[in-house]
Design a protein around this ligand. Structure first.
Ligand code: FES
Ligand code: FES
Length: 155
C-alpha cells in the first residue's frame, strides 16, 4: 500500500506492506533508529513515538494506520530543542546506562511535563510506569524529571 505522512516535519511517501508496524517502518524504511524495539507487545515503551501530537506505541500501530498523520520521533523532537532540559538533567543525574529505554522515557517525560499535571515523585513514577528500564532502578530517572519539573537548573 502507498502511504503519505509527515515525519519530523518532512513529507514522506512510501510503499509499505500492510503488516509493517510503525516503529519498523521508521527504523528500517526511514532509518530513524532512535525509537527502539523491545517487547513488541506494547509493554516496555521503548518504541514510543508521537502521532498527531500524542505518544503512541510504535509496535502496536501499523504504518498504514499512520497514513495522513504527523509522526514525530525522538530524532525530530530532540532536534527541535524541546528535550534539551530533560537531556541535560538525565545526563547530570546519571539517568541512563545502556540508553535503550531513554528515547521513550524522554518522550514520555516531555509529554507529562508539557501537560503540567505532576504533583511529585509519586506522580512521576506512575507516569513513567509504562516505560521499562532494565538498568537504572528508576530512582535517577525520577530525580532527573523532578529536577526539570521543579524548574531547577539541570547541571
Ligand atoms: S516494543 Fe513497543 S512497547 Fe515494547
Ligand atoms: S538505561 Fe538501560 S534500559 Fe534504561
Amino acid at each position: 500500500m502507498k502511504i503519505s505522512l509527515t515525519v519530523n516535519g518532512g513529507a514522506v511517501t512510501r510503499e509499505v506492506e500492510p503488516r509493517r508496524n510503525l516503529v519498523d517502518f521508521l527504523r528500517h524504511d526511514l532509518e530513524l533508529t532512535g525509537s527502539h524495539v523491545g517487547c513488541e507487545h506494547g509493554v516496555c515503551g521503548a518504541c514510543t513515538v508521537r502521532v498527531d501530537g500524542a505518544p503512541v506505541r510504535g509496535c502496536l500501530m501499523l504504518a498504514v494506520q499512520a497514513d495522513g498523520c504527523r509522526v514525530e520521533t525522538i530524532e525530530g523532537v530532540a532536534e527541535s530543542g524541546a528535550l534539551a532540559r530533560l537531556q541535560r538533567a538525565f545526563r547530570a543525574e546519571n539517568a541512563l546506562q545502556c540508553g535503550f529505554c531513554t528515547p521513550g522515557m524522554l518522550l514520555t517525560a516531555h509529554e507529562m511535563l508539557a501537560s503540567g499535571g505532576i504533583g511529585g515523585r509519586r506522580d512521576i513514577r506512575e507516569l513513567i510506569s509504562g516505560n521499562l528500564c532494565r538498568c537504572t532502578g528508576y530512582e535517577a530517572i525520577v530525580d532527573a524529571i523532578e529536577t526539570v519539573m521543579r524548574g531547577r537548573s539541570a547541571r
